[in-house]
Design a protein around this ligand. Structure first.
Ligand code: ATP
Length: 364
């Protein structure tokens, strides 16, 4: 539904977007995820019509709209700071954008009331915006965008001003709302958990470029490069030696983990016979007492961090350059393991992923 083709954006000689191409399907919850400065807001603003790309094309529903002003596009944007008028009441705030459509009073009232229903604010239309909680203000901002009945709703870090608990609650609501209204949502976020929890698909961006586009599960389980893996939660990285390569698969010697067979990511090339492999902390498991396991290593606890339901452990293993990170639920006493304790850990060789080299990025 949205086609972004070879879009670039320069600020002077600085490249904020570098040849970005992306397809976003109708009715999807799509997230642009990346660290500060990667260009995600610039891309969103280009889709909205607030920024004009230096090159490339953007089409919405087949209509070229790279140069079309924002108010002529079937999009609407919800801003990080809500941008609602404090002196107007909720109903007036929501009706604001409708004025230029010159609807009948009945139609306008109906649209406002529908939008307030959608965000669960019915009955609050006479409340002044400055008498609302942060979560309610966020809902007003959403209603104000939805009332325009856009085909695409663009959300620029809409939840970042809320505290953790409210943010998590609003994430669930956003997801439910998107499924209920059925329109395409494009969310900009630097929070990997938010992107994983909400999206049908995610584009991960670094340095003005798209590093990977996939479903949350694919991106988390099969990150293409080391940077993507690292940005989407922790990962243990190991340098490994390439033993053999067949179509779609490689076999590597990963230090103390022995020989491992892996599937090849797109764009994979081994540098001088060496490759990087990774395994997520939760794919390593403590072995208690004399529990057997086909694949195991001995190590010692170097560090421990208690997080309530889980404990993060740093495990030193002889012969490994870096200690391993692992995460355990506290049901069996991982939180009580003393620093220096000798442990055994089990791993599943199928849990390793092979990572392609990250692209070198130049922004001038
Ligand atoms: P954040 O999460 O911090 O908002 P972002 O990924 O959304 O970051 P953008 O706002 O798209 O990043 O900015 C991308 C790069 O372009 C940044 O390095 C930024 O400094 C630069 N940039 C953005 N807007 C302008 C501008 N108007 N003039 C000059 N440089 C700009």
């Amino acid at each position: 539904m949205i086609a972004i083709e070879n879009v670039s954006k320069y600020y002077g000689i600085y490249k904020a977007l570098d040849d970005v191409s992306l397809q976003i399907g109708e009715g999807q919850f799509f997230s642009l995820l990346g660290p500060s400065g990667c260009g995600k807001t610039t891309l969103l603003r280009s889709i909205a019509g607030f920024d004009v790309p230096t090159g490339g094309e953007i089409r919405i529903d087949g209509v070229p709209c790279t140069l079309l002003p924002a108010n002529k596009r079937p999009t609407n944007m919800v801003f990080q700071n809500y941008a609602i008028f404090p002196h107007l009441d909720v109903g007036e705030n929501v009706a604001y954008g409708l004025k230029r459509l010159r609807l009948s009073a009945t139609e306008e009232r109906k649209r406002v009331s529908d939008a307030l229903d959608q965000v669960r604010l019915s009955g609050l239309d006479k409340r002044k915006a400055n008498e609302l909680s942060g979560g309610q203000r966020q809902r007003v901002a959403l209603a104000r965008a939805l009332v325009m009945r856009p085909k695409v709703l663009l959300l620029d870090e809409p939840l970042s001003a809320l505290d953790k608990k409210l943010r998590e609650q609003m994430q669930v609501e956003l997801r439910t709302l998107q499924k209920a209204v059925g329109i395409t949502f494009i969310l900009v976020t630097h929070d990997q958990y938010e992107a994983l929890a909400l999206s049908d698909r995610i584009a991960v961006m670094f340095g003005g470029r798209i590093a990977q586009v996939d479903t949350p599960k694919e991106i988390y389980q099969h990150p293409r490069t080391r940077k993507v893996a690292d940005f989407l939660g922790g990962m243990n990285f190991l340098q490994a030696k390439l033993l053999g390569e067949r179509t779609g698969n490689v076999s590597v010697e990963a230090s103390r983990f022995g020989t491992i067979n892996l599937s090849k990511p797109q764009g994979f090339a081994a540098a001088n016979g060496h490759v990087t492999v990774g395994i997520r902390p939760e794919r390593l498991r403590l072995l208690w007492d004399d529990e057997p396991a086909p694949h195991q290593l001995r190590g010692r606890v170097e560090n421990r961090a208690y997080f309530g339901e889980v404990t993060y452990l740093t495990i030193g293993v002889d012969g490994l350059e870096q200690p391993l990170s692992m995460v355990e639920t506290n049901n069996y006493g991982a939180d009580d393991l003393p620093i220096g304790a000798e442990i055994r850990l089990a791993y599943d060789p199928d849990a390793f992923v092979l990572l392609a080299e990250d692209e070198a990025v130049s922004r001038v």
